[in-house]
Design a protein around this ligand. Structure first.
Ligand code: SF4
Length: 704
C-alpha cells in the first residue's frame, strides 16, 4: 500500500535567494521538489541545488547522533553524555588557559537557519570568550564596515532595485551562478529578461566572462585587484561632470572630490586594463540613466582593497542620486527589522588582534588569523575551538595551514552534520537536524531582498525524536557549561533559551508594524507580499546626526595605500581568482549525488595565450604555486579569462584523510584555499584576500 501524497511548502535555505519550494511527500519520503509559483519573492523559481535538499536529507554520511573521536575511530554516544563531554572539553581549556584561549568559528550556514540565528548568540555569549571568528571576515566584512561608516549600522545594506532599474552595473558579481549575494534576487535570469524588455541594460565588470557577463549588454574585463582604480576614476568623472546629484542629507562631497582628483581614467586604465574611454562612457551611462544601481560582490570584497571598493560603490550610487530611489540602490523594510528593533549591534571597529595587530569589527576577529592564533605561543593563544556550521579548512585562506593547526588543539567541538575537512579534527561532533526538519523564517534574507515579503515555513518532515535542532543543541550546551563551571545559573538566559525560534519570530512579527504572526503566515505558505522597496532616508539612517558623511576616514586612509600598491607582478606570474557554479554550494554540498553529476568543473581555467606561452597543452595536469602553497590540477583553456588571469572553483578538494564524505571525496579537484595566503588581508577591513593571488603554473610532467 502506498502512502497518501501530501504537499508542503518551504523556503530553500541553500543560498541567499531563499526560493519558495513546493515539496510533495509520500509518507516521510520526498517525492518531488518544485518552485512555488505563488511565492511573491521567488515566483516559482528554483535551481538544481534545491533538488539536492532531498539528497541532503537522505545522505547516509549525514550524522544523526553525536559522535566522539577515539583516535581514528568515531563512536556514537548518547546526547546527555555528549553535552557533558562537550562542556568538560570547552570548560577545561578555559580553566587551564583563560577564557580567550577558546575560539569560536561560525560558518555561513548559520544565517540560513532560524534556530541558529535566535539561539547561537546566546551560546557565544555564554562561552565568554572574545576569540570569535566567522565567515563574515572571509568574504563580506567590507560591506558591513562601509554600511556602518556611511549609514550608521552594519546591517543597513542597500540592494539594487532590479525590478525597476534602467541600468544595472555589477562588479565582481555573478548572480547567474549565485542568484545574488548580499542581495536576495531569486530568478535573476528572468529579472534580467524583464530589465531588457523595458529597455534597461546590464553592464558587468569582471576579469572573467562569467555567466552573468555573457548575458550582459557590455562586459568590461578588469585586472584582478584593481577595481578600486576604476571606481575612483568613475567617482572623479561623475563629480567632474557637474551633474552629481547627492541628496540633501549627504555631506563631504568636496572632500571626496579632492581625495579622488588624482585618480584619472588614464591611470585607472593603466592599472586595470579597462580603457579610459570605457570608464568615461560608463560614468556618462550612470548619469544619463533615469534610474541606475551599482553593486559589487565577491570579486571586489575578497581582494586587497575590498573596503575601498565597497565604499566607492556606495559613494557612486549616492553621487548619481541612485541611493534610496526607485530603480536605484534601496533599503528593505523587513517585517522582522533587525536594525530598527536593535536586534543586531550596529558594529564598530574594536580591539586589535594578538597576532599581526589587525583590528576587530563588531566583536569578531579576522578569520585569516585563526591558524596563527592557534600556533603563536603566549597569553591568549587558542588552545580550544568550537566550530558551528563552519568548514574553515576549506573556506578560509591557507586552509592547509589551518588544517595542520587544528590537529594541535587540546579540545575541539563541532556543531555540524558532517565529518568534513574541518570537523575531522574535532574530539566531539554534535549534529543538528537537517533543513527539512525544522521551522524556517529568513531573518537575514528578507533584509536583503529585492521585494518586501514575509514567509514562515513550518518543518516539512518530522524530526527523529532522538535528534536535536541546532537551537536545542545551543540551549543544552549552555546548561551543560553552567553545570561544568559549577556556578549559578543565569536565569534570564536560561529562560530566553527555552523560547523556541518559532515563538521568537511570532513575537517579533506581532510587534512589527505589519502586525503579522506565525499563524497568519502559516495560512499563506508562499508568504505575504509587503510590496516593492520604498524610500526611507534620512529617517532610516542610524548615524548620530541622521546624515551621510561620504568622506569616511577609514576609506580615505586607504587611498594612500592604493597609490603605493605595486602595479605589476613578475612576468611569469598569473593572478588567481575564484569562481562559483550553480551546481556547487560553497564547501558543503558536494556529497549530494544529483548536484555533483554532469561535466567536471574543477579545472584551473587558463587563457589559451597563457597556456601557449608556457608550452602547456590544454587538459594537462599543472602544478600551481603561490606564496602559501601548491596544488596539482588539470588546466582547461578558456577564452573567458582575460590573459594573465587563472581561475579555480571554490569548495573543492575533499579528498583528505579522515573526511567521511564518500561522494565528495571521490570528486576530482583541489582547494583554492591551499593557495590563498592568510598573511595577506585587506588592511582596510581585515577581510581575507581570495582573489588576485599571484601564482605560477608549470606542467606537472616537466617536474619529474
Ligand atoms: S537559487 Fe538558491 S534558494 Fe533558490 S533553489 Fe537554488 S539554492 Fe535554493
Amino acid at each position: 500500500m502506498t502512502d497518501e501524497l501530501r504537499t508542503r511548502y518551504a523556503a530553500c535555505p541553500l543560498c541567499e535567494a531563499s526560493c519558495g519550494l513546493e515539496i510533495v511527500l509520500e509518507g516521510d519520503r520526498v517525492r518531488s521538489i518544485r518552485g512555488h509559483e505563488a511565492d511573491p519573492l521567488s515566483r516559482g523559481h528554483l535551481c538544481p541545488k534545491a533538488i539536492a535538499l532531498q539528497d541532503l536529507h537522505e545522505d547516509p554520511d549525514r550524522l544523526r547522533r553525536p559522535v566522539r573521536r577515539l583516535g581514528d575511530r568515531w563512536v556514537e554516544i548518547p546526547w546527555a553524555q555528549a553535552f557533558t563531554l562537550a562542556a568538560e572539553l570547552l570548560h577545561g581549556v578555559q580553566e587551564r588557559h583563560g577564557r580567550n584561549s577558546l575560539g569560536v568559528y561560525l560558518g555561513n550556514p548559520n544565517v540560513h537557519s532560524l534556530g541558529a540565528m535566535t539561539h547561537n548568540p546566546q551560546l557565544v555569549r555564554a562561552l565568554g570568550t572574545r576569540s570569535v571568528y566567522s565567515a563574515t571576515s572571509v568574504d563580506q566584512l567590507p560591506h558591513h564596515m562601509v554600511a556602518w561608516a556611511l549609514y550608521g549600522h552594519q546591517f543597513l545594506l542597500p540592494v539594487p532595485d532590479i525590478d525597476r532599474t534602467d541600468l544595472l552595473v555589477l562588479i565582481g558579481h555573478n548572480p547567474m551562478a549565485s542568484n545574488g549575494s548580499m542581495w536576495t534576487v531569486p530568478d535573476f535570469p528572468q529579472r534580467r529578461r524583464e530589465l531588457s524588455a523595458r529597455g534597461g541594460r546590464l553592464i558587468v565588470l569582471d576579469p572573467r566572462r562569467t555567466e552573468t557577463a555573457k548575458i550582459a549588454d557590455r562586459h568590461l574585463p578588469v585586472r584582478p585587484g584593481t577595481d578600486a582604480w576604476v571606481l575612483l576614476a568613475l567617482i572623479r568623472e561623475v563629480l567632474a561632470s557637474g551633474r552629481a546629484r547627492p541628496a540633501a542629507y549627504v555631506d563631504g562631497v568636496e572632500e571626496v572630490r579632492g581625495a579622488v582628483e588624482s585618480f584619472t581614467p588614464e591611470l585607472a586604465a593603466e592599472r586595470s586594463g579597462v580603457p579610459a574611454a570605457e570608464i568615461r562612457r560608463l560614468a556618462s551611462d550612470l548619469l544619463d540613466a533615469p534610474a541606475a544601481a551599482i553593486h559589487g560582490r565577491m570579486g571586489v570584497s575578497v581582494q586587497s582593497f575590498g573596503l575601498l571598493c565597497q565604499w566607492a560603490i556606495q559613494v557612486l550610487n549616492i553621487l548619481i542620486g541612485g541611493l534610496d530611489r526607485s530603480g536605484g540602490l534601496m533599503f528593505t523594510s523587513p517585517a522582522v527589522d533587525l536594525v530598527g528593533r536593535g536586534l543586531m549591534g550596529a558594529g564598530r571597529p574594536g580591539r586589535w588582534t594578538r597576532v599581526r595587530g589587525l583590528q576587530a569589527f563588531g566583536s569578531e576577529l579576522p578569520s585569516a588569523t585563526l591558524a596563527e592564533e592557534i600556533r603563536t605561543p603566549g597569553e591568549g593563544q587558542l588552545r580550544g575551538l568550537i566550530t558551528i556550521a563552519g568548514n574553515p579548512v576549506s573556506s578560509t585562506p591557507g586552509g592547509h595551514l589551518l588544517d595542520g593547526a587544528l590537529s594541535e588543539l587540546e579540545a575541539m567541538v563541532s556543531i555540524d552534520p558532517y565529518i568534513n575537512e574541518t570537523t575531522r579534527h574535532a574530539h566531539l561532533i554534535l549534529p543538528p537536524t537537517g533543513p527539512l526538519e525544522r521551522d524556517h523564517y529568513d531573518v537575514i534574507f528578507h533584509t536583503l531582498a529585492v521585494r518586501n515579503t514575509a514567509r514562515f515555513s513550518p518543518a516539512v518532515l518530522p524530526a527523529d525524536p532522538e535528534a536535536r535542532h541546532d537551537w536545542q543543541i545551543a540551549r543544552d550546551l549552555v546548561s551543560a557549561l553552567e553545570r561544568a563551571r559549577g556556578g549559578r545559573r543565569d536565569l534570564a538566559r536560561w529562560l530566553r533559551m527555552r523560547v523556541s525560534p518559532r515563538l521568537t519570530v511570532d513575537a517579533l512579527l506581532r510587534l512589527s508594524p505589519t502586525r503579522l504572526s506565525v499563524r497568519r503566515l502559516s495560512r499563506t505558505p508562499g508568504g505575504v507580499d509587503l510590496g516593492p522597496l520604498r524610500s526611507q532616508l534620512p529617517e532610516r539612517l542610524r548615524t548620530a546626526d541622521q546624515r551621510i558623511h561620504l568622506a569616511a576616514p577609514l576609506a580615505l586612509a586607504e587611498l594612500t595605500r592604493l597609490r603605493q600598491a605595486e602595479p605589476a607582478v613578475a612576468a611569469d606570474t598569473l593572478l588567481l581568482i575564484g569562481r562559483r557554479h550553480q551546481r556547487d554550494n560553497n564547501s558543503w554540498m558536494h556529497n549530494a549525488a544529483r548536484l555533483t553529476s554532469g561535466r567536471a568543473r574543477h579545472h584551473l581555467l587558463v587563457n589559451p595565450e597563457d597556456l601557449a606561452a608556457r608550452g602547456i597543452p590544454d587538459g594537462s595536469l599543472v602544478t600551481v604555486r603561490s606564496a602559501a602553497g601548491e596544488v596539482q590540477v588539470e588546466a582547461a583553456a578558456s577564452t573567458d579569462l582575460m590573459p594573465g588571469v587563472v581561475s579555480l572553483p571554490h569548495g573543492y578538494g575533499h579528498a583528505r584523510q579522515g573526511v567521511r564524505l564518500a561522494r565528495a571525496s571521490a570528486l576530482p579537484g583541489v582547494s583554492i584555499n591551499d593557495l590563498t595566503d592568510p598573511n595577506v588581508v585587506d588592511l582596510g577591513s581585515g577581510n581575507a584576500v581570495l582573489n588576485g593571488i599571484p601564482v605560477t603554473i608549470t606542467a606537472s610532467s616537466d617536474e619529474g
